[in-house]
Design a protein around this ligand. Structure first.
Ligand code: NAD
Length: 331
């Protein structure tokens, strides 16, 4: 297939693009290269004929249109919209750029994709559109949309605009909503890379509030597998939920990673653990997320295949091997 991928220089997008090219798909990676995007993440693909990179902003209609027209003779089988401002903390400090990229950018991608005759549009969304859970239960397709942060509110708006293109024109729009991803190439500001990179530098590791917020973690390649399933056998206007069934508190997650680091470096576990520093909680911090992804199993045959134990070992080792990559991003 010929795929128009936005945000392919970011964390999940670059993992997805690499897998897509390895599977024989042709990919145009259209990315603005914000602070979160690194063209070098996929520089080894640039000599391959079925991979193209164009720097551009998804809010800029004429750039998006000309990227469609000048690549693969204008023939695309699907648009996959990963591009977003993705960090909740940044959205609390400045909501405007989140509204621009996540809402206007998605609307622009929908309009141009439809106008250029791209048959399928996949919107990459998040479990955060459902808001926060109590100690038990999980989100399902029928859970009400109840976003809390500026980030999740703009992602919710984007999902609704995407679905409106189906209701209005019958456009084949498919939505994916996934829990927290981890793996290679995640920008160091996110929680797992923060733990690893600050521990390796001997810096305090900030843990919000009591650290008992619960997140479900999924290995990024399992999420990408789900997106391929949606591309190949998803249905129009359907929402597909993905999760790793690996729920844990932020504090337990920090300890697990630091234990793993101690086994792989010369420092002791205690030297790492004493770096954990509780800081003032994030404003409006969601307490718990959890996903019932059984509909993705029954309808797509998808299940996550990487255990948290294996995925986190691979991730820790990736950050140990790629110190130059993350050091260049944090200065
Ligand atoms: P990321 O921040 O690592 O990457 C975002 C990419 O989008 C970057 O390459 C950036 O340069 C690009 N971008 C930003 N604004 C752009 C614009 N205006 N035009 C073109 N490109 C632009 O994000 P990520 O963690 O890889 O997340 C990718 C998608 O998956 C996002 O839509 C996010 O909401 C969603 N998601 C992420 C997670 C997670 O745990 N990371 C979980 C569920 C859903």
């Amino acid at each position: 297939m010929n795929l128009f991928v936005t945000g392919g220089a970011g964390f999940i997008g670059s993992n997805f693009v690499r897998m897509a090219v390895e599977r024989g798909h042709s990919v145009l990676n259209f990315d603005a290269l914000t602070y979160a995007g690194r063209r070098e993440n996929l520089s080894d693909l640039e000599t391959i004929a079925n991979y193209k990179f164009i720097q551009g902003n998804i809010c800029d209609e004429s750039s998006v249109r000309s990227a469609f027209e000048q690549t693969f003779n204008g023939n695309f089988d699907a648009t996959i919209n990963f591009a977003a401002e993705s960090h909740v903390d940044r959205s609390i400090h400045s909501a405007r750029i989140f509204s621009e990229t996540n809402v206007l950018g998605t609307a622009t991608m929908l309009e141009v994709s439809k106008a250029c005759g791209v048959p399928i549009f996949i919107q990459i969304s998040t479990d955060e559109v459902y808001g926060s859970l109590g100690a038990s239960g999980n989100f399902s397709r029928s859970s009400p949309l109840n976003p809390s942060s500026p980030y999740s509110s703009t992602k919710t708006a984007a999902d609704l605009i995407a679905l409106s293109f189906h209701h209005t024109w019958g456009y084949d729009v498919r939505i994916t909503r996934c829990t927290n991803n981890y793996g290679a190439y995640q920008f160091p500001e996110k929680f797992i890379p923060t733990i690893i990179t600050r521990a390796l530098r001997g810096d305090a590791i900030p843990v919000y509030g009591d650290g008992l917020q619960v997140r479900d973690w999924i290995y990024v390649k399992d999420h990408c597998e789900g997106i391929f399933e949606v591309l190949e056998s998803g249905k129009p206007a359907q929402t597909y939920l993905f999760g790793g069934s690996s729920e844990m508190t932020n504090l337990d997650l920090s300890k697990t990673i630091l234990t793993s680091l101690a086994k792989k470096t010369a420092k002791s576990e205690n030297e790492f653990l004493k770096l954990i520093t509780h800081v003032t909680d994030r404003l409006g911090h969601d307490r718990r997320y959890s996903m019932d992804w059984s509909t993705s199993e029954s309808e797509l045959g998808w299940t996550p295949t990487t255990s948290f134990e294996r995925g986190i070992e691979e991730t820790v080792e990736w950050y140990l091997r790629n110190e130059a990559w993350w050091k260049s991003l944090i200065g």
